[in-house]
Design a protein around this ligand. Structure first.
Ligand SMILES: Cc1cc2nc3c(=O)[nH]c(=O)nc-3n(C[C@H](O)[C@H](O)[C@H](O)COP(=O)(O)O)c2cc1C
Length: 165
């Protein structure tokens, strides 16, 4: 079973969760940024897990990311904006029939869901849902992750691997 865990991450929280999920899935899984998840790596995957932060109550939009870029100089914690958005990555993903799951990182009380949007797009492209959308919580606007979230991500990865058997 080949699995990829693809992430959009501007301050590192979603990337850290993606790595923990991949670790939980097992040695056959790789965590990849949206820039790295291209071509054969994606086409050959039996399981695609995709994650993004919830920004502005939504899966980040291009206009939200442009806003972050124009504000970057004044931002107390400058974002990494070098990777394509998850929205553009999943919209460009070729149709397929692998299994799929989605997650987000976010503040606990916020409305909106990036994971539901990602999963809807994956389903529309033919992928088969392997699990309910999953959220992982940060303590402040830029993180860090709440205690225990990395362990939960690893456990979720192991559950996903089990569901593939
Ligand atoms: C500009 C900005 C807007 C945000 N908007 C939301 C939001 O609407 N809802 C929410 O739950 N969290 C929001 N957050 C918190 C992020 O979702 C959280 O920090 C996330 O883990 C960032 O992921 P990353 O470090 O992988 O980029 C926001 C953070 C920033 C900096």
């Amino acid at each position: 079973m080949k699995a990829i865990v693809v992430y959009e991450s501007h301050w590192g929280n979603t990337a850290a969760i993606a790595r923990a999920i991949a670790e939980g899935i097992g040695p056959e899984a790789r965590a990849l940024s949206t820039a790295e998840a291209i071509g054969e790596t994606v086409a050959g995957a039996d399981l695609i897990v995709a994650g993004a932060p919830l920004l502005g109550f939504s899966l980040p939009t291009e206009s939200m990311l442009k806003g972050l870029a124009s504000n970057a100089g004044r931002d107390p914690t400058p974002p990494d904006l070098s990777q394509p958005s998850m929205r553009s990555w999943v919209d460009a993903l070729p149709a397929g029939n692998a299994r799929a799951a989605a997650f987000e990182t976010r503040i606990w009380w916020s409305p909106g869901s990036a994971a539901k949007s990602i999963l809807g797009k994956l389903e529309a492209a033919g992928y088969h849902t392997a699990a309910k959308p999953r959220r992982f919580v940060v303590k402040g606007k830029y993180g860090p992750l709440r205690e225990g979230e990395l362990a939960k991500a690893k456990t979720w990865g192991a559950e996903l691997a089990q569901a593939m058997k």
